[in-house]
Design a protein around this ligand. Structure first.
Ligand SMILES: Nc1ncnc2c1ncn2[C@@H]1O[C@H](COP(=O)(O)OP(=O)(O)O)[C@@H](O)[C@H]1O
Ligand SMILES: [Mg+2]
Length: 323
């Protein structure tokens, strides 16, 4: 699944890849929190780094940003080795690891002013433009004067992303930016990520809620217990999960025979009808064959298994979203 990307990683180091790791490992005592990770994150992608709580996402991100020293392995950001190249490259990388400490009684704008003033690489003369641009980017310009404590959760998270955007960034690393958000806040963050990506920023975004972020991702990496169990473009990863066709009918035996003759896989009767895997057969061709065969079709659906289903099939473990 990852072979095409890895071939590129070796032929053109750093040029078209935002993040590469080789054998990246972090042990806490005897236990590997991150185990032999080979991440390949193409430039321009929105890479969803997914896995249940405790699967090693934050530890990986902390190593990528040079906040934690790996036990083994290497990583590079925008072509620079970490931690050696950290000073050079980190100004081009915005991150949200643990939300920055915002002051509840200061406005959104005043909070950004404090953070901007603390950045020694930022020119104080252009502070106002930088802050306005970041607030505008996340859609908080109109409410920048409100106190932080009056912000909704979605607004708070967008302010945290604005803080990461005070400087122009080629790569954004966001650790669980939708954590704790309601559906509206989650949509706000999703739209923001999509608009950043459309400007060419590479976004590496982690989540323990598989279905919540996968919609905005061009690439996915799925973690389980410190290991990367799947990686590639969204369609490559999703392609590992075969769709399933289901026919509701009063003539299940006739329907099962026709589906088998058509070449569907795993044909079996289910309550109210039959199901099978279409293996590339068009839904309209399946329905036409059933009708021609005299089967009354009450309902016909083709569903793709969710990423949660895929996770279960990859790891043999249940996926506990509340985890
Ligand atoms: N500083 C630490 N000391 C010991 N164990 C840790 C430390 N940080 C993380 N862990 C353990 O490493 C594993 C992965 O944690 P983490 O990277 O936070 O996962 P995630 O972000 O996917 O929830 C967990 O079992 C966690 O308890
Ligand atoms: Mg985490």
């Amino acid at each position: 699944m990852t072979q095409a990307l890895e071939a590129r990683a070796t032929s053109a180091p750093g040029s078209d890849l935002a993040i590469v790791t080789r054998g990246l490992t972090k042990r806490f005592g005897a236990r590997a929190a991150v185990d032999d990770l080979d991440l390949v994150v193409p430039r321009g992608s929105v890479y969803g780094f997914l896995g249940p709580n405790g699967s090693g996402k934050t530890t990986t991100i902390r190593m990528l940003l040079g906040l934690v020293r790996p036990s083994a392995g290497t990583s590079s950001l925008l072509g620079q080795p970490i931690p050696q190249g950290a000073q050079e490259v980190l100004p081009r990388v915005g991150s949200l690891v643990e939300g920055p400490a915002f002051h509840p009684y200061l406005s959104g704008r005043a909070n950004l002013q404090r953070l901007d003033a603390a950045d020694l690489t930022a020119d104080p003369r252009t502070s106002r433009q930088r802050i306005d641009a970041a607030l505008d980017r996340v859609g908080l310009l109109a409410t920048a004067g409100k106190r932080y404590r009056a912000y909704s959760l979605g607004m708070r998270q967008r302010l945290a992303i604005a803080a990461a955007l005070l400087m122009p960034r080629e790569l954004l690393v966001l650790d669980e930016p939708t954590n704790g958000l309601d559906p509206q806040g989650t949509r706000e963050v999703r739209h923001l990520v999509a608009s950043l990506a459309s400007d060419g920023t590479t976004v590496f975004v982690s989540s323990h809620l598989l279905s919540e972020v996968e919609q905005m991702c061009t690439h996915l990496g799925v973690m389980s217990d410190g290991r990367l169990v799947a990686q590639g473009s969204s369609s490559e990863v999703r392609g590992g999960a075969a769709p399933s066709a289901r026919v509701l009918t009063g003539q299940p035996e006739a329907a099962a025979r026709i589906l088998t003759e058509l070449g569907l896989g795993e044909v079996q009767t289910v309550p109210g009808g039959v199901r099978g895997t279409p293996d590339g057969l068009a839904p309209e061709a399946i329905v036409a064959a059933l009708v021609e065969g005299g089967v009354g079709v009450k309902e016909f659906t083709v569903t793709r298994p969710s990423l949660e289903d895929l996770f279960v099939s990859l790891t043999g473990e249940g996926f506990d979203v509340s985890g």
